[in-house]
Design a protein. Structure first.
Length: 557
């Protein structure tokens, strides 16, 4: 075993000892030994125990642990700490700038157990007021996590969209007489991106092009490929003859489950002016890029029954948002004015955290009523724009909501969400959600699986049972538009629509800028085949008011 490997184990031991409030003298002793071992000029594993004991800065007690590690590849004391420490906490400890004291606050005070939850907490500004943190530290942690994610070569769509658009514009400038487009995952608006893919249909010969201060060399045309990497993101550029651009744009856009099915219907023709003409030649209705995933889009296109996909302009309001009443950054009025004046929406739904979410300043019954008083005043001031009275009520372990009927009945709508106890069997997690869905006051099921993309899998649920329960109880299902969530997954949107379930594109905004996340929610909804007729917040103020009134009037308790 090399010295650096030994030093790493002792550094980890010192960190865990500090995390678990071991004697500070012992912690310093182990930490100092780690530093000393890392700087030794000779190989420690080649020395006998009695010589290790004599090394300055190690001593008998620490030497015994060194010898144990060398001879057994383990330190029993370290193993004991590791057994009681979640893997996610160990991963958090690897983030630059997070020492044991901060990790302890994250774990024990904020109840965060993995990097995905920590990253989401940074986006919700939950670290700002935590002991020993602040805005600057929160941003440093967020940046460190993003760097760690990037090192794995996979990216959340929202994190690459700006880079993708910048490259597209550069390529258009570099090849002004050519046809240039996204292909692949970016053009299909996939939630996870493994590479940026571009197609250039050109007649010109070129050997190089520039992006910023960097020059990239290429050669040839006719489907030659160019590859590079920017901040861990792979970039692939393909070239083809200009007259075949549409054909190769189609070929390089669809998934492996979609494209071959259409090619079978096309024959050998490669000369098409538009993709609409290409699909028509295959006997199909035009299929939007987002839908080209090989589900049932080809069957629907053959029957001319594809939906008209929703757009951002179709949205008339925003639901599931947070203000300074809980863990938001902006006041109720600031959030409402942004929706009215900047986004030109007709209504804004506030759904601050409920009382169980103590970490997010969840609202007690008294604070709920006080917030409603403020909403009444603002609605008089901002009319005809309206603030809807909502709450994000925690779904408790047994599936109940965390307010009595007397409080639940005061809201215009209730978003029911799970925020704790994620480790359950599929049957138990499904039973929990179904009970919450059957609560007559539940209007919207919030982020149904609790997933965090690239960092935390959602808790296991039986999707069909959950969607069927929502259909039976008239409960809307959220498409949480935060690009870290995009939950309900787009692969289940069509089943929900078939069952008559309405979906809602909710930004889960914790600040004014968070409303723009509805853009990503719309992209996910389009992939799922959602139209404005299937979307709650595409309803006008009058329509959604009638919808919510009807929902409440049907309650018999």
């Amino acid at each position: 075993m090399e010295n650096k490997a030994i030093a790493r184990q002792f550094r980890l031991l010192s960190q865990l000892m500090e995390l678990y409030d071991e004697n500070s003298f012992k912690v310093r002793s182990i930490a100092n030994a780690s530093f000393k071992i890392d700087k030794l000029l000779f190989r420690l594993a080649d020395k006998p125990l009695d010589e290790i004991e004599k090394i300055d800065g190690i001593g008998k007690s620490t030497a015994a642990k060194v010898w144990e590690l060398i001879t057994t590849n383990h330190i029993s004391e370290l193993d004991q700490f590791l057994e009681q420490t979640p893997d996610g906490i160990l991963e958090i400890m690897s983030i630059k700038g997070l020492g044991p004291k901060k990790v302890k606050v994250i774990w024990q005070d904020l109840e965060i157990e993995n990097i995905g939850e920590l990253y989401y907490a940074c986006n919700e500004n939950r670290l700002i007021e935590a002991k020993g943190f602040g805005l600057k530290t929160q941003e440093e942690i967020r940046n460190a996590i993003e760097f760690k994610m990037a090192s794995n070569g996979r990216f959340i769509y929202a994190k690459v969209e700006a880079t993708a658009n910048r490259w597209l514009n550069v390529l258009k400038d570099q090849f002004p007489d050519s046809l240039v487009s996204f292909t692949g995952q970016v053009r299909r608006r996939c939630e996870i991106i493994d590479s940026l893919d571009f197609l250039i249909g050109t007649l010109q010969q070129t050997e190089a092009f520039t992006v910023g201060d960097e020059t990239f060399s290429i050669s040839g045309t006719d489907n030659t490929k160019f590859q590079t990497e920017v901040e861990g993101l792979k970039i692939n550029i393909s070239f083809c003859e200009k007259e075949h651009f549409t054909y190769y744009l189609f070929v390089q856009t669809g998934s492996e489950a979609h494209t071959p099915q259409v090619l079978e219907k096309l024959g050998d023709n490669k000369a098409f002016d538009t993709e609409e003409a290409l699909y028509k030649a295959a006997g199909l209705q035009y299929i939007e890029p987002e839908l080209r995933e090989g589900l049932n889009e080809i069957e629907l296109a053959a029957m001319n029954k594809l939906p008209e996909l929703i757009t951002f302009a179709d949205l008339k309001g925003s639901l599931h948002n947070h203000s300074t009443w809980s863990d938001g950054v902006n006041t109720l009025e600031e959030m409402a004015l942004f929706c009215r004046d900047e986004l030109k929406l007709q209504y804004f739904g506030i759904a601050d955290h409920s009382k169980t979410a103590v970490y997010a300043k969840g609202l007690s019954e008294i604070r709920v009523l006080a917030q409603h008083d403020e909403i009444d005043l603002l609605n008089n001031k901002l009319a005809p724009f309206k603030i809807l009275k909502g709450i994000e009520s925690d779904i408790l372990y047994d599936g109940s909501l965390d307010y009595p009927v007397e409080i639940l009945s005061t809201f215009d709508y209730v978003v029911a969400s799970v925020h704790s106890v994620f480790k359950m069997s599929e049957d138990r997690a499904t039973e929990r959600l179904v009970k919450a869905i059957e609560n007559p006051y539940t209007t919207i099921l919030g982020h149904p699986t609790g997933r965090l993309l690239l960092s935390r899998n959602g808790y296991p649920i039986n999707y069909k049972k959950i969607i069927d329960a929502c259909a039976e109880n008239g409960v809307v299902i959220e498409i949480n538009a935060n690009p870290l969530r995009l939950d309900l997954d787009w692969r289940w949107h069509r089943y929900a629509i078939e069952k008559g379930v309405i979906l809602s594109i909710n930004p889960d905004a914790h600040r004014k800028e968070g409303f723009y996340d509805m853009h990503f929610g719309v992209l996910a909804a389009r992939k799922g085949g959602v139209s404005k007729e299937n979307c709650l917040n595409a309803m006008s103020l009058e329509e959604i008011s009638n919808f919510l009134d009807k929902k409440r009037s049907a309650i018999t308790v």
